[in-house]
Design a protein around this ligand. Structure first.
Ligand code: NGO
Length: 534
């Protein structure tokens, strides 16, 4: 599907784009005063906070600032995380300590914050972030980061001043599920590449990392009872590259790192379709007993586990047991999309057998919304990935399931599929769901998206990043930025704060931060970059 030369050309274009930006950045900086004239207003944060009440003097981080934490280990860890972000650019020591007064204070206390909310109070003497749970403190720290000048993200000393506007931010999310999916099957991404993405997700308060661990082109997680899944099934990828897989230690490291950024890992093993890598690894799993070759193309819908064979369920149970044991999170995603090579009756039979296995190992089922064509188990979540053009019949089936208690995660492909091209000119990505520019991605309401769905059935939103055309961190970033922050805002901020005109100004201000972080991004003409949107 890819021509090396075309790709090289695209990479060059992207590089030129970035160079242009740097040049423009230099001239803008050259014209502007070195110091930030006034601190960032409290509501210029993404996702938009629930309430921001400006007032009083700003706080200035200085050489003498301490990060004060209470006794809990987690609070201290969050304090250290903040210090690691602030030290290189400020050049200050910023000790994390339980003593003293003033400065930056992280504090756990009972209050109306919920599991992820927080309050940030800023004034002349200090900034205090208060939350009921560590996750709330962590999200509050992301707000504090965005209130500081973008240069705070640089890895060498900058002049400052490091001002935080005075006032109070009180904040709590609209939805509990604010996800990002990474397809590590079509192209494999290393542990470090996944961590880099996790850090970017954390900045926007994303709290679920869905890993698409298996597909036709690659099986990416070691399974002791079926070792060839990883060693053979993981040995290539789209385009024929070497692929790869996570050892159990690698996977645990991803889970640990994600948890340290308050993201819960949701592992997906896609079945009964999208299983060529498994079928190629074990002949026995095939109805005809013959293993197909490994697959490095990008077609979908041609593979199926053998629903009538008992060994299929031994296999599924072994995989689910081992994966559940590695996963502290509540969910296990079983795919279920595009099972075009499985008859409807077989699909229903398969899901009837497999969902109880997930429950047996203590996990809650998540499936792509085709699962609603079978019988979703109690408490299951369906991930909707339709688009405007999806048939009324298919939408009705999802709505009916939601009315009957199935929770929904919304990932409409023509809105939040981060692998869709922005325009026909953008080099990377697919376009089967259309072109998805920044405004289109942001401008919809998850609460009103599927008429007839009871409000409580919508659990949140998720932005999938399929990797047929994506090979490295730069590719991922170019597709995620600037769309991902919009999806994060749809998941976090209330519908009343939704306003494209204001949002695009806040988004514009993020460009400088991505520059400082070394993150690649698409300079969408829909966003007033450079002006800072002010
Ligand atoms: C579809 C398909 C994936 C593709 C993706 C590309 C779902 C749920 N199944 O989404 O296999 O990679 O589109 O955009």
């Amino acid at each position: 599907m890819r021509d090396g030369r075309v790709r090289q050309h695209h990479r060059t274009l992207r590089l030129l784009g970035s160079l242009l930006l740097v040049t423009m950045g230099v001239s803008v900086t050259g014209a502007a005063p070195a110091a930030q004239a006034s601190p960032t207003p409290l509501d210029r944060v993404i996702p938009a906070p629930a309430s921001a009440a400006p007032g009083g003097s700003p706080y200035q981080i200085t050489r003498g600032t301490h990060i004060r934490v209470d006794d809990s280990r987690e609070t201290r860890r969050i304090g250290e995380y903040l210090a690691r972000i602030l030290r290189p650019s400020t050049g200050y020591r910023l000790p994390v300590t339980a003593q003293g007064s003033g400065g930056i204070r992280l504090r756990l206390a009972a209050g109306p914050f919920g599991a992820e909310g927080y309050r940030l109070d800023s004034g002349r003497k200090g900034v205090t972030i208060t939350a009921a749970e560590p996750a709330g403190l962590f999200h509050g720290v992301q707000t504090l980061r965005q209130l500081l000048p973008a240069a705070v993200e640089e890895d060498s000393v900058r002049p400052g001043p490091w001002l935080v506007a005075g006032g109070t931010v009180t904040d709590t999310p609209r939805y509990g599920w604010r996800g990002a999916m990474l397809d590590v099957s079509r192209h494999f991404f290393t542990v470090d590449q996944v961590k880099r993405y996790v850090d970017q997700l954390a900045l926007y308060k994303i709290n679920k990392l869905h890993l698409h661990l298996s597909d036709d082109q690659g099986w990416r997680i070691a399974v002791d009872s079926w070792p060839r899944l990883a060693t053979h099934g993981g040995s290539t990828e789209v385009g024929g590259g070497p692929g790869g897989f996570y050892t159990k230690a690698d996977y645990k490291e991803i889970v640990r790192y994600a948890a340290s950024r308050y993201l819960e890992v949701v592992p997906e093993i896609d079945m009964p379709g999208h299983t060529n890598a498994a079928l190629a690894s074990y002949a026995d799993l095939n109805c005809d007993g013959v293993a197909p070759p490994l697959y490095t193309g990008t077609e979908v819908g041609f593979s199926s586990l053998c629903v009538g064979k008992e060994v299929t369920y031994d296999f599924v149970e072994d995989v689910i047991r081992e994966l559940a044991a590695l996963t502290p999170g509540r969910y296990l995603h079983i795919g279920g999309d595009e099972a075009h090579s499985t008859s409807h009756a077989d699909y229903v039979r398969f899901m009837d057998r497999v969902q109880p296995i997930v429950a047996k190992y203590g996990k809650t089922v998540v499936g792509w919304h085709q699962l609603t064509g079978a019988t979703p188990s109690r408490g299951a979540l369906a991930q909707y990935w339709g688009l405007d053009g999806t048939s009324a019949e298919e939408k009705a089936q999802v709505v009916k399931a939601a009315q009957n208690g199935t929770g929904l995660i919304l990932s409409p492909a023509d809105r939040v599929y981060l692998d869709m091209k922005y325009t026909k000119e953008t080099p990377l990505g697919l376009s089967w769901a259309g072109y998805v520019e920044v405004r289109r991605s942001y401008d919809w309401d998850p609460g009103a998206y599927l008429p007839g769905v009871p409000g409580g059935a919508v659990k949140g939103v998720e932005a999938p990043m399929w990797s047929e055309t994506l090979e490295d961190s730069g590719d991922i970033e170019f597709m995620a930025f600037p769309r991902l922050p919009g999806v994060a805002e749809l998941g976090w901020s209330s519908a009343v704060s939704h306003d494209w005109e204001r949002y695009k100004g806040r988004l514009a201000a993020q460009g400088e931060r991505w520059g400082a972080l070394g993150v690649e991004w698409y300079r969408s003409p829909q966003v007033p970059w450079g002006s800072g949107g002010r």
